[in-house]
Design a binder for this molecule. Structure first.
Ligand SMILES: Nc1nc2c(c(=O)[nH]1)N[C@H]1C(S)=C(S)[C@@H](COP(=O)(O)O)O[C@H]1N2
Ligand SMILES: [Mo]
Length: 414
């Protein structure tokens, strides 16, 4: 109970401090330094509560299966190949098209890829990279991870793909119920070669240095680094190489845009809905770096009596203030000496991030809003991508990923 008490103390301390200042009429420009210093303790505390990587069990789950495969008894999980010991991945030509492969990997003839064979590929090809998991239908990221696996192309290559292949269809375990199939797809070109600066699509078996749990889609799930969550199919068991030219994604349902790339956006963690006048407002939040990356996060506290031009739908002319982008963590406890290993395009040989934050990851942010007068306010935050374009332009469409400017109503009482 120590920490919350401390926070309360800081709160009380700064409140009394400002009440005193207000009494002497010294509220304004004279004391910004001191003011920042005192309230900063509270902001520091909020910042200290932020974890960069999300522990596996703290991710939010997006899962439609009943029963949930990872809640089945261990014997059943072994039987259906949801443990490393029995997991098998089929890689076959799509029976609905004319694709040809030299050596289909099938369960029926005992050639399906098993976990030891996956580890064999991993000996020379294993990769890891940072990537945030976000559902294009939800606003806050589900979790931030360091994912490890082998490039999907190295598994596909074992099947000797031959001709008439335009896409890769893939699906996970679905309780043998066609209604529970969750599937997705990619152009074969995206799988075989990575655009400049982009990570490979992987068959993933580790998250944050530990074996991928059943809840996170283990023993093996797809991770598509540049895509929203629906492309990263969990409990992966079948891959079909197809000559069909369209996406078969489950997420093609309900108006979802199956070709959307990750967008940049900012969200609040602290939601300071009720405030006392004379007190600065400490703020923390998270921002997703989309396909281009992220250059900054901004906030804007608007008194509801202040005029907003009706033609300014995305508040491009508002007096946005820069927040502080928090740096990456210093120590990485899953690695020797707590130092990050080099990761192509993300981390250099010295264990430092090349760009911060890398595309398709997150950074946290913090700000201290100078004490507002009593009144009704709207607090907003937005991200500016690495091309200098503020969200939600140029793609405000919800179904290709939610990145609307978040607004929190704030009441400041005397
Ligand atoms: N097999 C399977 N994979 C799946 C899903 C699912 O329901 N079943 N949901 C998808 C969706 S829509 C999202 S957003 C992500 C969520 O990943 P998480 O549960 O690990 O956070 O998983 C994807 N993979
Ligand atoms: Mo999703």
């Amino acid at each position: 109970m120590n920490a919350p008490d401390l926070a309360h103390e800081h709160l009380e301390l700064s409140r009394r401090y400002f009440l005193t200042l207000a009494g002497t009429g010294a509220m304004t420009a004279a004391v910004p330094e001191l003011r920042a210093e005192i309230v900063h303790a509270e902001l520091k505390k909020l910042v200290s509560e932020i974890q960069y990587l999300t522990p596996s069990e703290k991710f939010r789950n997006v899962e439609r299966h009943r029963p949930l495969p990872y809640k089945l008894p261990p014997e059943k999980r072994l039987e259906i190949g949801l443990e490393r010991e029995t997991w098998k991945l089929e890689i076959i030509p799509d029976p609905d098209s004319n694709s040809r492969v030299g050596k289909p990997l099938t369960k029926a003839d005992g050639t399906a890829l098993d976990f030891p064979s996956l580890m064999k590929i991993a000996e020379t090809k294993a990769v890891r990279f940072f990537k945030v998991m976000t559902c294009n239908n939800l606003h806050d990221p589900l979790g931030m991870g360091l994912w490890e696996g082998v490039p999907l192309r190295d598994a596909i290559w074992l099947s000797e793909p031959d001709r008439n292949i335009r896409r890769v269809f893939y699906r996970g375990y679905h309780n043998d119920n066609p209604k529970q199939i969750f599937q997705s797809s990619l152009p074969i070109g995206r799988v075989l070669e990575d655009p400049p600066g982009e990570q490979p699509v992987i068959l993933c078996y580790k998250l944050n240095g530990k074996p991928l749990t059943g809840q996170r889609g283990g023993p093996v799930r797809m991770i598509v680094p540049d895509a929203y969550g629906f492309k990263s199919v969990k409990w992966i068991q079948q891959i079909y190489l197809t000559n069909l030219q369209g996406a078969n994604d489950t997420y093609a349902e309900k108006n979802n845009d199956v070709d959307s790339k990750m967008k940049s956006f900012a969200r609040f963690i602290t939601k300071p809905k009720v405030q006392r006048a004379g007190r600065s407002i400490p703020l923390t939040g998270v921002a997703q770096a989309g396909m281009s990356g992220l250059s900054k996060v901004q906030y804007w506290l608007r008194n509801t009596e202040d005029h907003v031009p009706p033609d300014d739908r995305y508040y491009s002319r508002a007096p946005w203030q820069d927040a502080e982008l928090l740096p990456p963590p210093k120590a990485w406890d899953m690695f020797p000496d707590e130092k990050l290993p080099a990761i192509p395009f993300q981390v250099n040989e010295q264990g430092e991030f090349i760009d911060w934050p890398p595309a398709n990851t997150i950074a946290h942010w913090a700000a201290l809003i100078p004490a507002p007068k009593p009144g009704k306010y709207e607090l907003r935050c937005r991200a500016v991508d690495a091309n200098g374009v503020p969200q939600p332009m140029p793609r405000p469409f919800q179904k290709s990923g939610g990145n609307l400017i978040q607004m929190i109503p704030v009441r400041v009482f005397a």
